[in-house]
Design a protein around this ligand. Structure first.
Ligand SMILES: C[S@@+](CC[C@H](N)C(=O)[O-])C[C@H]1O[C@@H](n2cnc3c(N)ncnc32)[C@H](O)[C@@H]1O
Ligand SMILES: [Mg+2]
Length: 258
């Protein structure tokens, strides 16, 4: 059950969003975070397109010029479920003051070592969103990328992310849609055929539709202002953003209703 983590290494954070069996999957893969051909290959492939999206949304929200040298100087960004820091590091490079949080201690160790090698100053913590919220943490931007399908109660988790986001801030959430196509692409394609991910990494019934996620964000006071699909093109072998096709991977930005 969610409270019983005694069968793990004991290095994982507790919190009501934590599903111990989900954490065990990431704990087992921790060493591979920065291997572009390892088990996180899909995230490495996805990284440029989601970085483009996130950078332009943050620049728009805060009136920054995304092409300047350090456009996010002065912004506080929280990356929840940061893993090895694939998206955390570019945020720091763009000048933001970045906190990366992951419930798996081993991920945080890997992230810290890699950031140090890159000469990046990132505040990495092995904890949960709810623990940061209890401390009263407030951020200009909260990122929750590819994590909501792994937490115990997605609506509760989204509410915590929203509480961590300042009134004039933005939260950006990416995940997998629950469609026949996502079963084919994310489970059969990525796990069974391509073997990019170990079998069982994703559970299709935990995937969330864009409407469900948007409803959770609206309920949490950060209604969706923008949603895009992230689409893999097997002929060009690359990813692009789409206004129309949110059938597999997608990303949503929420800002204050007022
Ligand atoms: C698919 S990975 C995504 C990593 C990173 N956000 C990225 O997109 O590159 C999901 C991450 O969420 C972490 N995680 C899962 N449940 C969590 C929870 N309840 N609180 C904090 N982190 C969690 C896992 O340890 C894992 O590193
Ligand atoms: Mg995932």
């Amino acid at each position: 059950m969610t409270d019983d983590i005694t069968d793990l290494s004991g290095s994982n954070a507790r919190g009501r969003s934590v599903d111990a069996s989900e954490l065990a999957k990431f704990e087992a893969m921790a060493a591979e975070w920065w291997d572009p051909n390892g088990k996180f290959k899909p995230l490495h492939m996805l990284n440029p397109v989601r970085l483009d999206y996130i950078t332009s949304r943050i620049a728009a929200q805060f009136g920054r010029d995304a092409r300047s040298l350090r456009p996010f100087e002065g912004l506080r960004i929280l990356d929840i479920g940061c893993g090895g820091g694939l998206l955390t590091e570019p945020m720091a490079r763009l000048g933001a003051e970045v906190t990366g949080v992951d419930a798996v201690e081993r991920n945080i160790e890997v992230a810290r070592v890699h950031a140090a090698q890159q000469g990046l100053d990132i505040d990495y913590r092995a904890t949960t969103a709810e623990a940061i919220a209890e401390e009263g943490g407030q951020f200009d931007v909260v990122l929750a990328l590819e994590i909501v399908e792994h937490v115990v109660d997605p609506a509760d988790f989204i509410a915590t992310c929203a509480a961590l986001t300042r009134a004039d801030g933005a939260m950006i959430v990416s995940t997998l849609n629950r469609t026949a196509k996502s079963f084919g692409a994310a489970i059969i394609g990525a796990e069974w055929i391509m073997r990019w991910l170990p079998r069982g990494t994703h559970e299709w019934n935990r995937f969330i539709t864009p409407d469900e996620l948007a409803a959770m964000m609206a309920q949490a006071g950060k209604p969706a202002v923008d949603r895009r699909g992230m689409v893999f093109n097997p002929i060009r072998w690359d990813w692009s953003l789409s206004d129309r096709d949110l059938s597999v991977n997608y990303i949503i930005t929420g800002v204050d209703a007022g």
